[in-house]
Design a protein around this ligand. Structure first.
Ligand code: AMP
Length: 195
């Protein structure tokens, strides 16, 4: 059965890694606003130029921009279901997503929080940068300790309230994001296969 899910958690929690696996194993469609914004930045579009500075500082871009990006993608449909990765990040975005799905006659089936330890996250971000460097790949401009601290602060200030929002709706499911990648994937699969 096709399901639409949100992967929620601080930067470096493993949302992207798990989303990629779900795409491969279940044919779901990953909607990562971070990836869309980075693509806009790289291709030098007007949008890319507008958001570059904000992203490099580890701050959130405006709700209007990311809601617009998601709205565009939702019109394309996904028979295997959508994975929202890095969206929504504010209560306004969460409300907008609910409204967009309603309008399309679709549901949000689960919000999966990857529960992680902040200190371990800093180490993960550094590893991500080192791995990219070793592979000769570009390192994300926001993957360094200083900017990471700002991204984490943005998460607690603006995104963490979504945990209460979705808990109150009965949608929140918690998964141990500190476990090995395989174990996290298995825990997510269990949530998806239930009900
Ligand atoms: P991510 O790849 O999800 O960590 O996103 C990288 C950066 O893109 C964030 O630090 C923000 O600057 C921006 N961004 C991504 N998604 C959103 C969103 N839903 N709302 C606001 N800004 C976002």
């Amino acid at each position: 059965m096709s399901k639409n899910i949100i992967l929620l958690g601080p930067p470096g929690a493993g949302k992207g890694t798990q989303a990629t696996r779900l795409v491969e194993t279940r044919g779901m469609v990953q909607l990562s606003t971070g990836d869309m914004l980075r693509a806009a930045k790289t291709s030098g579009t007007d949008l890319g130029r507008r958001v570059a500075e904000i992203m490099d500082k580890g701050q959130l871009v405006t709700d209007e921009i990311v809601i617009g990006l998601i709205e565009e993608k939702l019109t394309q449909g996904a028979p295997g279901g959508f994975i929202f990765d890095g969206f929504p990040r504010t209560l306004k975005q969460a409300d907008a997503l609910g409204a967009l799905l309603d309008r399309k006659g679709q549901t949000l089936d689960a919000v999966i929080e990857l529960v992680v330890d902040d200190e371990a996250l800093v180490a993960r971000i550094e590893t991500r940068a080192e791995e990219a460097r070793a592979a000769g790949q570009p390192v994300r401009a926001d993957d360094n300790a200083q900017v990471f601290a700002d991204r984490l602060r943005e998460y607690y200030k603006k995104t963490a309230p979504l945990l209460g929002y979705y808990y109150a709706k009965g949608d929140l499911q918690q998964v141990d994001g500190m476990a090995a990648v395989e174990a996290v994937a298995a825990a997510i699969a269990k949530v998806l296969d239930k009900g």
